[in-house]
Design a protein around this ligand. Structure first.
Ligand code: DAH
Length: 351
């Protein structure tokens, strides 16, 4: 019996020494000191041996049991100390949110515009932001000396003359480079390389050399439209544009056409849209008029067709141009155009 106890002692203390964690120690406690544990069983056998022997073995076994308990407690204590020394981690603290990027309000509206026109079979076309004065003005029936050039305050590029001469096939007619003041020059670029019938829109950035205020920026975006065919007319235009606004704002809105002047169209029109907010009753958005000025438009001028080497007697078409910021401002009720480019996250993160 004594020998058995000695062997067990060696074994158990080695196991306690090697235990990897508190759970392993608890397993050992159950295995040896539990109700059916090995040491417990030994204690139970005491009643079967002689009194003499019991007197010798009994106290030894009791001490042994105490020693195991102490060794276990001791080792548990060591694990606790290690845990306490480690940095405190509060696993109940909510995790940090990973912020996911999102589209800028102008991108959202531009995507909408592209989607709606594509669904009506329009192609989306783009053109250069650095443009020659030929495409920006001359080709659109705005000759050099014409006062209509004053309608667009232009950023001229200093080295424009030099650059324009550099191999461009149009250098013979184009004299100076500028930052395009509107997306209309892409009308001509497209017509030069395509045959009607066609219908396109041209989203893009444009630049104006002018003072900024709540509704003016030196840099903004336009959507140009052009549809050319044998008998494209203003009624077609009215339908297309009414359908466009219906899909963009999700409701039927009246359109009003007023005579206006743009050198590249005849007749030229100013398009008004029934106020999206008040429905025409008059409010702060429409300046109490019930109407929103939304775009310039008209029937393509014969001179423009001639510049594209089209025969104006065989073809006709409509063109229009609108500001993307203006549409976004109406759609989201944004009071100041400068907010789009402010980089202010309190604004941007609302979309
Ligand atoms: N390009 C003009 C502007 O920026 C807008 C415009 C008016 C475009 C009439 C057109 C048009 O195509 O037909 O002010």
């Amino acid at each position: 019996m004594i020998k058995k106890i000695e062997d067990l002692k060696l074994k158990i203390f080695k196991l306690i020494e090697d235990a990897a964690d508190v759970a392993a120690l608890e397993n050992l406690r159950v295995q040896y000191l539990g109700r059916k544990g090995e040491v417990t069983n030994l204690l139970k056998t005491l009643k079967d041996i002689s009194i003499e022997e019991r007197k010798k073995v009994g106290p030894q076994l009791q001490t042994f049991k105490k020693e195991i308990e102490l060794a276990l407690d001791d080792k548990v204590g060591k694990f606790m100390e290690i845990a306490a020394a480690a940095p405190e981690i509060d696993i109940t603290i909510p995790g940090k949110k990973i912020s996911v990027g999102h589209y800028h309000p102008l991108s959202i509206v531009e995507k909408d515009v592209r989607r709606i026109f594509k669904a009506m079979n329009f192609s989306v076309v783009e053109g250069p932001e650095i443009e020659s004065d030929y495409y920006n003005f001359d080709a659109l029936n705005i000759p050099k000396s014409h006062p209509a050039r004053d309608m667009w305050d232009t950023f001229w590029l200093q080295d424009g003359q030099k650059l324009a001469k550099g191999g461009d096939k149009l250098s013979a007619i184009s004299h100076k480079l500028l930052l395009r003041t509107h997306t209309s020059p892409v009308q001509m670029r497209y017509m030069e390389t395509h045959k009607p019938p066609f219908q396109i829109i041209v989203p893009g950035r444009v630049f104006r050399y002018e003072a900024t205020d709540a509704s003016h920026e030196t840099n903004f975006n336009q959507i140009e439209g052009l549809m050319v065919g044998k008998d494209v007319n203003l009624a077609n235009f009215k339908f297309v544009i009414q359908e466009f606004f219906k899909r963009l704002f999700g409701k039927n809105l009246e359109i009003r056409l007023r005579p206006s002047y743009f050198p590249f169209v005849e007749p030229g029109l100013e398009v008004d849209l029934q106020c999206v907010k008040c429905g025409g009753k008059g409010c702060n958005i429409c300046g109490n008029s019930g109407w929103l000025e939304i775009m310039g438009a008209g029937m393509v001028h014969p001179k423009v067709f001639e510049a594209a080497h089209y025969n104006p007697r065989e073809l006709q078409g409509f063109a229009f141009g609108m500001g993307l910021e203006r549409i976004a401002m109406i759609k989201y009720n944004i009071p100041d155009i400068r907010m789009f480019y402010s980089g202010d996250l309190r604004f941007i993160n609302q979309f």
